[in-house]
Ligand binder design. Structure first.
Ligand code: AMP
Length: 377
């Protein structure tokens, strides 16, 4: 057990690292953030921040030596720095987990090899998108194998014309081409797992996206109880098979015939778990601290039906391209709503600036209130 008072290192300084740091500090830990791109949202609240490239091995080693365990809030970390860190201090989840999850091609192959359900797919090496799309069938979606997030590096292909365009755009890049799933709902389950193999899953969140970016998460998800159970079991089995110590977020499609297909897995706190900060018995960030430090896991139920709404930089946009501060009063004046902002200085379209949650007793009514607040922002 890594006892409160010790130090946790976090690779990556975004909002997930920030909320993780705040939860860790709430339990008495010290937090040291390592962020290559300069002073960060997580660094602003951490006890210490190192801003240096991952290739700066001296800085990376000094960082690893200053802490008792290291975790990460971001998947696109090259493997060499991870090996350096792991040679000095425990990395949780382990680099072997990140290696699978940080690349769509490896992740899909791993899911296949381990018998987890996923959409039909084929690999493409840039120029071969036509062949891969032929194998999968139209409509399909092409996704770059690595460095994709929030729908970046993705394109839906429905026609021969789209296919020609995609072949030109993705030429020379390693991609996966996936069958387009006509899903009933998109859901995600976050599973916490300790080094001793104890697991606990949060309730499934139902996720609504806009422009490939998460817009709303709804808990409880509007799905049948047996689907909820199956989704939670699937996430538990995945976390066990990967050997995760920490959190594993599993995004799934619920198909119209009622099957669950794994879309993506992330070994870290996840945007679709932010509802738990206010509506959960334990927040996902605290649960991640507990799991990586070997503390007992907290209860993972929902205290109330809760809706989480992302606040993107678009909320600052006014007519004619002008920018103005959103009307925070719309959230702050509502007693059932809680506002969380990430301290990012420059709002840009598509950039995650914060989120708010709304709790209620009825999920449809809570969803209506959340949408009304969003419109007033
Ligand atoms: P991803 O980055 O893979 O999570 O994709 C972002 C979003 O694009 C997903 O949450 C879905 O809304 C949509 N999407 C991705 N892949 C598929 C697919 N194979 N079929 C249908 N929708 C998809």
């Amino acid at each position: 057990m890594i006892a409160p008072g010790r130090a946790i290192g976090v690779l990556g300084g975004g909002q997930l690292g920030r909320m993780f740091a705040q939860a860790a500090q709430g339990l008495g830990y010290r937090v040291h953030v390592y962020e290559p791109s300069g002073p960060s949202p997580a660094g602003a609240v951490a006890d210490r921040e190192t801003c240096a490239p991952y290739e700066d091995l001296a800085s990376l080693e000094a960082f690893a030596r200053s802490v008792d365990v290291v975790t990460y809030e971001f998947e696109n970390i090259p493997s060499e720095p991870l090996r350096v860190v792991e040679g000095i201090v425990a990395l949780r989840p382990a680099s072997s987990v990140l290696h699978v999850c940080q690349n769509r091609s490896r992740e899909k192959a791993w899911l296949s090899a381990n018998g987890f359900p996923h959409a039909r797919y084929a690999e493409a090496l840039g120029g071969d998108i036509g062949e891969a799309a032929g194998a999968v069938g139209l409509p399909c979606v092409v996704k770059t194998a690595d460095f994709g997030y929030d729908g970046k590096g993705q394109m839906r292909i429905a026609t021969e014309q789209d296919l020609a365009q995609a072949s030109a755009i993705f030429r020379g890049r390693r991609c996966v081409v996936e069958q387009w799933v006509d899903f009933e709902r998109e859901i995600s389950v976050i599973c916490a797992r300790t080094a001793a193999g104890e697991t606990r899953t949060f309730p499934a969140a139902e996720n609504l996206h806009a422009n490939h970016i998460l817009d709303l998460s709804i808990v409880p998800a509007r799905i049948a109880p047996q689907v909820e159970q199956a989704a939670r079991r699937l996430a538990e089995r995945l976390a066990g098979a990967l050997g995760v110590v920490g959190l594993l977020a599993v995004e799934m499609f619920l198909t119209r015939p009622g099957d669950l297909l794994v879309n993506e897995v992330a070994p870290r706190p996840h945007n679709s778990g932010h509802w738990s900060m206010d509506g959960g018995e334990t927040s996902q960030f605290e649960q991640h601290v507990r799991a990586v430090c070997g503390l007992p896991l907290g209860p993972s139920g929902a205290r109330n039906p809760t809706v989480m709404v992302n606040i993107l930089g678009d909320a600052w946009l006014r007519g004619g391209g002008a920018m103005a501060e959103p009307d925070w009063g719309a959230v702050l004046a509502e007693p059932r709503a809680r506002l969380h902002l990430y301290g990012k200085p420059d709002p840009r379209p598509g950039r995650k600036m914060g989120h708010f949650t709304v709790q209620g007793s009825d999920i449809e009514e809570t969803l209506g209130l959340a949408r009304a607040i969003k419109a007033r922002l």
